[in-house]
Design a binder for this molecule. Sequence first.
Ligand SMILES: Nc1nc2c(ncn2[C@@H]2O[C@H](COP(=O)(O)OP(=O)(O)O)[C@@H](O)[C@H]2O)c(=O)[nH]1
Ligand SMILES: Nc1ncnc2c1ncn2[C@@H]1O[C@H](COP(=O)(O)OP(=O)(O)O)[C@@H](O)[C@H]1O
Length: 224
Amino acid sequence: MVLHRIVRAVIMGPPGSGKGTVSSRITKCFGLTHISSGDILRANINAKTELGLLMKSCIDQGQLVPDDVIARIILKDLKSLEQGSSWLLDGFPRTVSQAESLDDAHSVDTVINLNVPFQTIKQRLTSRWTHLPSGRVYNVDFNPPKVPGFDDVTGEPLVQRDDDKPETVTRRLKAYETQTEPVLEYYRSKGVLETFTGTETNKIWPHIEAFLQKKFSMCNQNLA
Ligand SMILES: Nc1nc2c(ncn2[C@@H]2O[C@H](COP(=O)(O)OP(=O)(O)O)[C@@H](O)[C@H]2O)c(=O)[nH]1
Ligand SMILES: Nc1ncnc2c1ncn2[C@@H]1O[C@H](COP(=O)(O)OP(=O)(O)O)[C@@H](O)[C@H]1O
C-alpha cells in the first residue's frame, strides 16, 4: 500500500509484547521508516561507542536510560530522515517526559498499544533470539530461524540479549508499569491511542492491519 500523506506513528507495549515483530509487518505493508530505540542502543553497545559503554549497565540492569539522552538520539534521527518521510517509533517514548519532548517537535497521528499479559511475555523473552545488526527477532517456538542460531537473511549468528534473563525481565516489567503506563494515559487523553489485546501476534495482527488500512485510506479520502 502506498501512503499519500505523512504518517507519524508510535508502537507501545510491555517488553516482549511483539513491538519489533509487529513493526516489521507494518513497515513491510505500509512502508514507514522503523526507528527502534532499543536497536539503536544495542548497536551502540555492540560497536562499543562512548554512548554504548555508558548505557550498557543501565540496560543490563533492566533500567531505563536517561530521558534527555534517548530523546536527543531519537529526535536527531527523525530530523535526519528525508522531508516527508512517514515513520514508526518503537520503544520511544517510554516516559511522559519523553512523550512531551516528542510532542514539542512532532505531533503523533496514531499510537498502537499492544496489550499482552505479563505471563505470556515472560515465557517469550527467555526464548527470544536477536540478530543485533538488523534487530530481527526469532523465537524458538513462534518463528524459529531456518538454521538454529543464525539469521535467515545474512547467515550471521543470533544472540540472546543480556537483559532477557528472568530477573531482569521482572525489573523491566516493573519499569514499564511505573514509568511507561502513564504514557498510555497521556496519548489516550489526546485521542490517538488504539489498544490491541491478545496473547498471539498472529491473531492481533489482522486487527492492526485493518485499523491502519482504514485510518490511512480515510485520510486519503479526506485529501481527495
Ligand atoms: N510464542 C510467541 N512468541 C511471539 C509471538 N509474537 C512475538 N513472539 C516472540 O516474542 C519475542 C518478543 O517479541 P518482540 O517483537 O521482540 O517484542 P518487543 O520486545 O515488544 O519488541 C520474540 O522472540 C518474538 O519472536 C507470539 O504470538 N507467540
Ligand atoms: N525510550 C527509552 N527510554 C529509556 N530507555 C530505553 C528506551 N528505549 C530503550 N531503552 C533501554 O533499552 C532497553 C531495551 O529496549 P527495547 O529493545 O525497546 O526493549 P523491549 O523491546 O524488550 O521492550 C530498555 O530496557 C531500556 O534500558
